[in-house]
Design a protein around this ligand. Sequence first.
Ligand code: DQA
Length: 148
Amino acid sequence: ARVLVLHGPNLNMLGEREPAVYGVDTLQSINERLHAHADDASCSIACFQSNAEVELIEAVHTARGEGTEFIIINPAAFTHTSIALRDALAATRLPFVEVHLSNVHAREPFRHNSYFSDLAKGVICGLGALGYDAALQFALQHLSTTPP
Ligand code: DQA
């Protein structure tokens, strides 16, 4: 797929997980909406969630070979811990947008640091599930204006 959406740990619990913080949309409903928007733009998209750091790293490693041109990633708690996932994104050199449902800057201090933000094209946080839609809109614009 041209656009790869990666969801980190515990995001499979969306809908029932702290809805006051993360909203009531399930991950499936978020992914379905992204698929619909990408279909409208005739852009192929793939969504993948894992609770395991190694699986996310390997998804990043294989992305380019599978035709991915843009990554949308919510690294979830790995945002604040994973130098390894950061290094994987740096190694692929694929452009990416970092998304967080919650406004991490309004939360605990340990959520204020991200190992990804300085490498990202952009960072979206606090917009809830809408943040993914905005990131996809940006990705589609980026793909249509950037030569391969
Ligand atoms: C999150 C914010 C992280 O701090 C947290 O660990 C998550 C989700 C968000 O989408 O708001 O799991 O990335």
